[in-house]
Design a protein around this ligand. Structure first.
Ligand code: G16
Length: 544
């Protein structure tokens, strides 16, 4: 086995987005494309020689081939040990858990998250640091800078590793350990939640649940935890076998893409509880019988009830939410007398707050919720948290959420996505808005008086780093908001996201359809940003 040094030319499009480098599969399959990016990571991580690296992905098309390449590059770059999930499978939260537990220097996670897979679908590479969390911007910028000048990479000339057999082999001087993908993660979940109580709840009463893994990575984890450990009936987990193309579906747990689950949960004789996760297992959607819980409300409910759950019995240090997430969690934090941090979109911004002990729970409107147990959002963790709360309260999902609204008021919330918009048009829309911001304060728009209008900028309270241009916010005097952002995770054209929020204190008005409750703001947003005219789209692609 010899180390080959391969001459290469830089690709200039390897800038990581909201969550790693995401491109269509054929882009990654170009000669040297993946290798350049991986070498740029190894060149940017100081002192990786002799260290442990965690490696795995969500099982999508190209996962196995990429893992073989990365193993050989890790060996050529002098890594001491690589822990790789069996079959190349590791969910994003499981990878975070394993990095932390085994004191790895970091991990490479192969996933394009909720984006579709298959030969014409998307692929992605994320680097997580030794705290288990996504690399911070300082590091992703360094990787990008390196990728722009790279002229060679190192790879071991060796045969492929058997990824299906648990055990240890050596590759050059590197130990490759193929580990069970689920064990460490399941043990962590058991340390946080009252599994006995959840088991009784799932097996002794009338409660029925349905977990849709969308043919993505969560399947093996959900089957092991719900059906084997907690004894839920066989079939509780649907679409539980990971497929390279996710069965042709879009592994995004929302009301549009998780349509099988939505049909079950809004149909006759629906189960009491439904949940779905995404491609790499870090997102979650929570449903009750005929009832949808917005991710923002989910974070607020978990925070308000956290002390019912063993892992959080001592209370929360603080809560953090991304800027476009609704302000429902802020109300809980205020009542608990703890801080609520508002960060830019992207889980990486929570890392410092969690490491510094400033926040315990974090969440995003994009179906992400998590805590300080790992440094990623965690789909199954959120499902178990909900089940633990329901088992203690012996109430339905709808009752728990409605009681929450009665106490705190309801933040009506919706996100409208315009996907695959021409990038120039999307940028024009944002620039037009930016140029108007300074004159908006104090103006009355459609009956709403503008309290502030800005392009969100965040100063990290731990390391002082500044992230600017993180989304345009127009806030009104009654607490309502409209927010405009361009997605950082799409791979074709631009995706415009419009986030809408209105607060309603009176419980008598809590039963409206959010699209009706927000109708004024939806119209106002279109007037202010000329969305239909500039995108050329009569309506959003996805409404959640
Ligand atoms: C990623 C990030 C999240 C972010 C989401 C949406 O999620 O990890 O923090 O909220 O993208 O980002 P955007 O609005 O820029 O598309 P995932 O699940 O794709 O890794």
């Amino acid at each position: 086995m010899t180390v080959q040094t391969v001459r290469t030319q830089p690709f200039l499009d390897q800038k990581p987005g909201t969550s790693g480098l995401r491109k269509q599969v054929p882009t990654f399959q170009q000669p040297h494309y993946l290798e350049n990016f991986i070498q740029s990571i190894f060149d940017s991580v100081e002192g990786c020689q002799g260290q442990t690296l965690v490696l795995g992905g969500d099982g999508r098309y190209y996962n196995r081939a990429a893992i073989q390449i990365i193993l050989k590059m890790a060996a050529a770059n002098g890594l001491g040990r690589v822990l790789v999930g069996q079959g190349g499978i590791l969910s994003t939260p499981a990878a975070s858990c394993i990095i932390r537990k085994h004191q790895a220097i970091g991990g490479i996670i192969l996933s394009a998250s909720h984006n579709p897979g298959g030969p014409d679908g998307d692929f992605g590479v994320k680097y997580n640091t030794g705290n288990g969390g996504p690399a911070p911007e300082k590091m992703t910028n360094a990787i990008f800078e390196r990728s722009k000048v790279i002229d060679q990479y190192k790879i071991l000339d060796a045969s492929d590793v058997n990824l299906d057999r648990i055990g240890t082999t050596t590759l050059g001087g590197t130990r490759v350990e193929v580990i069970d993908s689920v064990t460490d993660y399941a043990a962590l979940m058991e340390s946080l939640f009252d599994f006995d109580q959840i088991q009784q709840f799932l097996t002794r009463g009338k409660f029925r649940m349905c977990m849709d893994a969308l043919h993505a990575v969560t399947g093996p984890y959900a089957t092991a935890i719900f059906e084997r450990r907690l004894n839920a009936p066989a079939g509780t987990v649907q679409n539980g076998v990971p497929l390279e193309d996710f069965g042709g579906g879009h592994p995004d747990p929302n009301l549009v893409y998780a349509k099988d689950l939505v049909k079950v949960m809004f149909g006759d004789n629906a189960p009491d509880f439904g949940a779905a996760s995404d491609g790499d297992g870090d997102r979650n959607m929570i449903l009750g019988r005929n009832f949808f819980v917005t991710p923002s409300d989910s974070l607020a409910v978990l925070a308000a009830n956290a002390t019912l759950v063993p892992g959080y019995r001592n209370g929360l240090a603080g809560i953090a939410r991304s800027m476009p997430t609704s302000q429902a969690p802020d109300r809980v934090a205020a009542k608990l007398g703890i801080d609520c941090y508002e960060t830019p979109t992207g889980w990486k911004f929570f890392g410092n707050l969690l490491d510094a002990g400033k926040a315990t729970l974090c969440g995003e409107e994009s179906f992400g919720t998590g805590s300080n147990h790992v440094r990623e959002k965690d789909g199954l963790w959120a499902v178990l948290f909900w089940l633990n709360i329901l088992a203690v309260k012996q109430q339905s999902v709808e009752d728990v959420v409605k009681a929450h609204w009665a106490t705190y008021g309801r933040n009506y919330y919706s996100r409208h996505d315009y996907e695959g918009v021409d990038a120039d048009r999307a940028n024009t829309l944002m620039e037009n808005l930016r140029s108007r911001l300074s004159g908006l304060q104090g103006q009355t728009l459609g009956g709403y008086t503008v309290a502030y209008a800005d392009d969100f900028s965040y100063t990290d309270p731990v390391d002082g780093s500044i992230s600017s241009k993180q989304g345009i916010r127009i806030g009104f005097e009654d607490g309502s908001r409209i927010v405009f952002r361009l997605s950082g995770t799409g791979t074709q054209g631009a995706t415009l996201r419009l986030y809408l929020e209105r607060y309603e204190a009176n419980p008598a008005n809590h039963d409206q359809d959010p699209q009706v409750a927000l109708a004024d703001l939806i119209q106002l947003a279109d007037e202010v940003a000329q969305i239909r005219e500039l995108t050329g789209r009569p309506a959003p692609t996805v409404i959640t």
